[in-house]
Design a protein. Structure first.
Length: 288
């Protein structure tokens, strides 16, 4: 059991702290610049009375969770040291998918150890996060001798620990952004196309949600290659041609999205083995 201080009670911070609290760890401080936010978050986490604006309360913790935006992580770690707000044996933890753990050392020759834990999951809000995080992979990277602690914390959250090196983190994070953030943007783009057919924004989303859910189920069951369906997988060049003609009346970025992803879809279809060389060549020429 660890004594934990949380700095930055946003969506991921509240989710992680509550799951660790439920696993038996003691939350000794929930720290925010906004007192009301700190008090409300502490109540949600299950540690009423620990909400505070006092950074020095982090001294009481074995683990200090810094759940702040990427650009503020090193700054906060430095502030904690400058204000002598850390126990000499404290372990600092951040949740950035991009930055490595040693950003928490901020160039200081301090004895504190550091961990980076990144749930490969989306946190639209804390309540949804509580449902989504258990069962999700969580990357673990840290300074010497911290992996076992990180692995244990991830398991206490209900996650699946995945070791990663600091050199791999930028590319790993880019992949996560493509899979999650860009998926949202892609659905927004498809929604614009639907709206051009005369549907309003809500109708467009409701029309697309069933096929999105079906595609997600196919991906989970079959993997990307075998989950691929549609005109490019069939080698139907005429359909692709008509799509491109229809897109000419819409903003150029939608046309560009269709072409770029169409070329990637050709690669997947080639791997699937359903696309003849002749159809592939014709479709790629249309997508240029």
């Amino acid at each position: 059991m660890k004594r934990i201080a949380l700095i930055g009670p946003g969506r991921i911070g509240q989710t992680v702290a509550r799951l660790l609290c439920e696993a038996g760890h003691e939350i000794v401080a929930v720290i925010s610049r906004d007192e009301h936010r700190a008090v409300t978050a502490a109540r949600f986490i299950g540690s009423p009375g620990t909400g505070t604006t006092d950074l020095l309360r982090a001294r009481d913790a074995d683990l200090v969770l810094i759940a702040l935006p990427d650009d503020y992580i090193a700054q906060m770690a430095r502030a904690l040291r400058n204000r002598k707000a850390l126990s000499p044996t404290a372990v600092l933890v951040h949740f950035s998918g991009l930055h490595c753990a040693d950003i928490l050392l901020a160039g200081d020759a301090e004895p504190n150890r550091a961990l980076a834990l990144h749930p490969l999951q989306t946190f639209a809000d804390s309540v949804v996060g509580l449902k989504n995080l258990p069962g999700s992979p969580v990357s673990v990277e840290g300074t010497a001798g911290t992996f076992e602690l990180g692995e244990s914390l991830v398991e206490d959250m209900g996650g699946i620990p995945v070791p990663i090196s600091k050199e791999q983190k930028p590319l790993y994070h880019a992949a996560a952004c493509v899979a999650s953030n860009y998926m949202v943007s892609l659905v927004a783009a498809a929604g614009q196309m639907m709206q051009a057919c005369g549907f309003d924004e809500k109708q467009a989303l409701n029309l697309l949600l069933p096929i999105l859910k079906g595609t997600a189920n196919n991906l989970a069951t079959l993997g990307p290659t075998n989950a691929l369906t549609g005109p490019i997988a069939r080698g139907d060049a005429r359909t692709v041609e008509k799509h491109l003609q229809a897109l000419e009346a819409l903003p150029e970025d939608l046309n560009a999205i269709y072409r770029v992803l169409g070329k990637k879809t050709v690669e997947v279809a080639r791997k699937k083995g359903t696309l003849s060389p002749e159809a592939e060549a014709e479709i790629l020429k249309l997508l240029e």
